[in-house]
Design a protein around this ligand. Structure first.
Ligand SMILES: Nc1ncnc2c1ncn2[C@@H]1O[C@H](COP(=O)(O)OP(=O)(O)OP(=O)(O)O)[C@@H](O)[C@H]1O
Ligand SMILES: C[C@H](N)[C@H](N)CCCCCC(=O)O
Ligand SMILES: [Mg+2]
Length: 232
């Protein structure tokens, strides 16, 4: 069978807790306006809680809720780890080793089933997955364009520029970025946004205000312009 080419991207962030899940879900909702078969993937999820008697990860559940169809858990979340710590530590504590080649194979299967696959990374771009491998190795093995979520708080400029360097060093492209105002008390938010717009050299897909209860369904986000020709 001929290989199908689903639209896909790797969503990373300047840190953990900066809004990657919110943005990934918003991208899924935006893609669902163009395509019927849209699915999220959280290849490595660290941290579970008991939901209706089953150990589940919040990010995995949020991406499933934003997807237009369901797939086996082994495909959209091949690695589920109980402890909410760095994946390399969570994996060691669970007696597992994260296998990037297996994750790539799962993504390839999802891309056969779907029109679009949004992959949410764990933590920041260089989050360790094993003693020697990082989330950047996973993004590189997947070969996907990257969407960077910048959690606007003091220190984010350094984190954003470091992430940009790491993305480029892997030969990957930054398809777009999102400014997420996670700290309502941050000073000079506009000046920070201006700096990032000039230095990231990629389209700003969304400028997300701080909200009491952010909702991915109502978040206005542009899709990366590089996808325009493939959108239905
Ligand atoms: N614009 C915003 N205003 C207020 N709260 C926000 C905003 N964006 C995200 N949050 C909240 O911040 C928390 C972290 O967001 P989210 O879970 O999307 O981060 P993440 O980058 O996916 O984290 P992780 O590294 O754990 O995957 C959540 O409680 C989310 O609701
Ligand atoms: C548990 C958390 N929500 C993320 N899944 C993992 C974040 C790991 C960060 C590790 C680090 O960079 O220090
Ligand atoms: Mg998340």
């Amino acid at each position: 069978m001929a290989e199908r080419h689903a639209i896909s991207c790797f969503v990373t962030g300047t840190d953990t807790g900066v809004g990657k899940t919110l943005v990934s879900a918003a991208l899924l909702h935006a893609l669902a306006r163009h395509h019927t078969r849209v699915v999220g993937m959280k290849p490595v999820a660290a941290g579970t809680t008991l939901v209706q008697g089953i150990e589940a990860n919040d990010d995995v559940l949020a991406l499933r809720a934003a997807s237009t169809f369901s797939v086996p858990a082994a495909l959209d979340n091949p690695v589920l780890l109980p402890d909410a710590v760095s994946p390399h530590i969570a994996a060691a504590r669970a007696g597992l080793r994260i296998n990037i080649a297996h994750i790539v194979a799962c993504h390839r299967q999802l891309a056969q089933l779907a029109d679009a696959v949004v992959v949410e990374g764990a933590g920041g771009f260089l989050v360790p997955l094993s003693p020697l491998e990082t989330g950047a190795d996973l993004a590189q093995a997947l070969g996907l364009p990257v969407v960077l979520v910048v959690g606007l708080r003091l220190g984010c400029l350094n984190h954003a520029l470091l992430t940009l360097e790491a993305i480029r060093a892997r030969g990957l492209s930054l398809a777009g970025w999102v400014a997420n105002h996670v700290d309502p008390a941050m000073l000079a938010q506009d000046d920070n946004l201006d700096f990032l717009q000039q230095r990231l050299g990629a389209p700003l897909l969304a400028n997300v205000a701080h909200q009491n209860a952010p909702d991915a369904r109502t978040l206005t986000i542009k899709l990366p312009p590089t996808w325009q020709q493939t959108l239905r």
